[in-house]
Design a protein around this ligand. Structure first.
Ligand code: AVI
Length: 320
């Protein structure tokens, strides 16, 4: 795997995961996929990140939703089936379902079962007229959609949070193509995209003063220790996120504080002092840049909403 393809897709079966982790940690530029962030502790830390004063993304997107979901509902029309890629925040899907006219169905798609089932059960209870049907699948590959008792008038793919930014541009295009396939002719996509901005704002968002992002980043080593027989000493690593302005991306790093050897999945890994492991990219887009990416995947941009600071954008696109 080359650095440009740090993959954000789903955690594979353990033996495949061992191979993937070892390939990453023995590459010239060491890396670990961001998908390993999200065990129970990691997901909890991410929820805390979303509430940090410096992490403007979630707050800004929620405000955009509050201001513009009426308009989104007009564009989508009645009896839509909402297909959410990755079972995300409960708040966001509830906001959307509350605004849409007679939503016919909600299909959260994710590989891991527990969260998906809990979320689906709660939504079934609270939205008795919406057919909630989770799909367990790796959404980076095409998957089968369920049948619904009421035939939806259109599929709306929902991908908030700028998670698209955690995919390298080439992977992002492939994912957008899968979304277009699942949306089917006549379908649409509603997607949150973080924007390029003053590097100082980005630096603060990914190096927060309370150290929650640092904990989140280091948690990946904790996970390698517990799930992949690792012996990383977390005190020997520090977190740093840098913004690469030319590539328009945040790079999350774990920096080795000294020369050290670590065992993981039965293999010894050597790290030099100050050598770093990349754990995540978070790409930021210009409005035109994201539009071009989406067009290349067969989407037609219809509407864009941006907050007053030009920090975050919400895009509505239709299948070409
Ligand atoms: C999930 N994703 C959109 C987050 C981001 O901003 O790229 C993950 C994250 N990494 C550090 N802070 C938040």
């Amino acid at each position: 795997m080359t650095m440009s393809t740090i993959s954000n897709n789903k955690v594979p079966e353990t033996s495949d995961a061992c191979v993937e982790i070892l390939l990453g940690l023995t590459a010239r530029q060491k890396h670990i996929s961001p998908k390993y962030f999200y065990d129970e502790r990691g997901s909890h830390l991410f929820d805390q990140i979303c509430q940090l004063p410096e992490y403007y993304l979630t707050r800004t997107e929620l405000r955009l939703m509050d201001s513009h979901f009426d308009e989104v509902a007009d564009l989508v029309g009645p009896r839509a089936s909402v297909i959410e890629f990755e079972a995300g925040s409960n708040i966001k899907i509830r906001k959307l379902l509350d605004h849409l006219a007679e939503p016919a169905a909600y299909v959260p798609v994710d590989i891991s079962g527990d969260y998906l089932l809990k979320q689906a059960a709660a939504l079934t209870r609270d939205y008795p007229n919406v057919h909630v049907q989770p799909v367990f699948a790796d959404f980076t590959q095409p998957f089968d959609l369920p049948q619904h008792p009421v035939m939806p008038e259109r599929n709306l793919v929902f991908f908030p949070g700028s998670t698209i930014g955690n995919f390298a541009p080439g992977e992002a295009v492939e994912l957008l193509k899968v979304m277009r396939l699942e949306a089917r002719p006549g379908g649409a996509l509603l997607i949150g995209v973080d924007l390029r901005k003053n590097p100082g704002v980005l630096h603060a968002a990914y190096n927060d003063s309370r150290g929650v992002t640092a904990e989140f980043n280091l948690n990946v080593l904790r996970r390698l220790n517990t799930e992949f027989d690792g012996n990383f000493d977390l005190a020997n690593f520090s977190h740093l996120a840098i913004y690469d302005e030319s590539r328009g991306r945040i790079e999350m790093r774990l920096i080795s504080q000294k020369a050290q050897r670590v065992i993981v999945a039965g293999q010894e890994i050597s790290l030099a002092a100050n050598e770093f492991i990349i754990t995540e990219y978070s790409y930021k887009y210009s409005l035109d840049g994201f539009g071009a990416l989406a067009r290349s995947a067969g989407w037609k941009p219809e509407r864009i909403w941006v907050d007053e600071n030009n920090f975050f954008s919400m895009h509505y696109l239709t299948v070409c």
